[in-house]
Design a protein. Structure first.
Length: 406
């Protein structure tokens, strides 16, 4: 039996958008729809997959949206502001007192609109914290810590966090920066990590792997996915430069974003013999691609702890591969690597350390590390995460003030 209050999911990214955020929000919406009426306000036009339509599935309402490229900051900001405004008015139409609205931090102006609309309508609101703004922009050196824009955004955040009923973090390291805001209390924070989308099982290093067979090197170092403002492409390329005379080691790179544009520019200038690029890998080929490398790199800039968590991390573990993570040791992924013996944590900006980690990985006991990686991936289970989201939403439906319950 469904409860009287309905659930509204507001997200710019939703299927058929192929992004990780879209997949996560769709999984949450479909799981919650098992027990409640769910409406999705989506900024991604197009036909939904058959698995997400029909009885017992969310009802999707398209919000007009025009996304500019990440490098076009002014146009992107204007389009995101317009999307947030349209979502606000859609929520004013759809929400009733007692409803719950769930959103995510992409685009960064959307949570303000969601929190305001929920407060206006007497609904409850929850934010899934994938990236913390403006902190992530300060870390990427796009904003200065004491600038007017930074101070304005932090003041707006304090108001937003006060209005929100719950904030879901995907990393333990997010609690400290969140609590630096006056509107945030520890009782509102819930830690629900992301999950592996691939079945945890060690994949063999097959010589006929379509991504591996064209390479003669024994040890393949992989880099995959979106490289945005929080990532450091230069440390990867400099490590490749330091290892260019070691014929057994080769870098296999595939992805998109401003960071990959920089990597391709660097390779065009240097033409390193130990670096290869492949086109963006389709979802159907992802498992084979991840199984092609012996080691995967996740290259963050400094000061990433608490403001961003790599979603790709869990699938790398699921295929039984160690990682070389460029990050502060207190970041969520770094904690998981060290706690479970899953690879190496490298100081941001230290290409020499990254090169040393790759050399060490090429000599380590791969079977033992693969076993630990798969075991760790199995703990980051989708069913466990979905049940946690469903439990939190039920809690908000019963009592919006989580501080009274904990």
């Amino acid at each position: 039996m469904q409860s009287q209050g309905k659930i509204v999911v507001a997200s710019q990214h939703y299927p058929p958008d192929p992004s990780t955020t879209a997949a996560i929000m769709a999984e949450i919406a479909c799981r919650v729809a098992v027990d409640h009426e769910v409406i999705v306000l989506s900024g991604s036009p197009g036909e939904l997959p058959a698995s997400q339509t029909g009885p017992g599935k969310p009802r999707v309402i398209a919000i007009k949206n025009r996304m500019a490229g990440k490098a076009a900051l002014v146009r992107r900001g204007a389009s995101e502001l317009l999307f947030a405004a349209r979502t606000f008015f859609a929520l004013i139409r759809e929400l009733r007192a007692g409803d719950v609205v769930v959103t995510v931090t992409a685009p960064f102006m959307l949570p303000y609109a969601v929190a305001a609309a929920a407060r206006c309508k007497g609904a409850r609101s929850a934010l899934i914290m994938h990236d913390l703004f403006p902190d992530v922009l300060v870390m990427a050196e796009i904003l200065k810590p004491g600038s007017f824009v930074t101070r304005t955004m932090r003041a707006a955040n304090s108001l937003m966090f006060h209005a929100l009923n719950a904030v879901i973090t995907i990393g333990r390291d997010a609690e400290r920066p969140l609590l630096s805001y006056s509107g945030m209390t520890r009782n509102k924070i819930r830690f629900i990590p992301n999950w592996a989308t691939l079945v945890p099982a060690a994949r063999p290093l097959a010589p006929d792997n379509p991504f591996r067979k064209a390479l003669s090197a024994r040890f393949i170092v992989g880099l995959s996915g979106n490289l945005g403002f929080t990532h450091d492409p230069e440390i990867v390329f400099e490590a490749a430069r330091l290892l260019k005379d070691e014929a057994d080691i080769h870098f296999l790179l595939s992805g998109w974003g401003i960071g990959f544009k920089r990597l391709k520019q660097l390779q065009a200038e240097a033409n390193l013999p130990n670096v290869s690029f492949v086109a963006r890998v389709a979802d159907a080929e992802l498992e084979a691609f991840l199984a092609a490398a012996n080691l995967w790199i996740i290259p963050y800039r400094k000061n990433v702890a608490g403001v961003s968590v790599p979603s790709r991390f869990y699938n790398l573990l699921a295929v039984g591969r160690p990682v070389a993570l460029v990050s502060e040791p207190e970041a969520e992924a770094a904690l998981t690597v060290v706690e479970n013996g899953l690879g190496w944590v490298v100081t941001p900006g230290r290409a020499d350390q990254l090169a040393d980690a790759i050399r060490a990985a090429s000599r380590c006991d791969a079977a033992a590390m693969a076993e630990r990686a798969v075991k760790a991936a199995a703990r980051f289970d989708q069913t466990t995460a979905m049940n946690a989201y469903a439990g939190l939403i039920d809690e908000l439906l019963r009592n919006p003030d989580l501080t009274e319950q904990r």
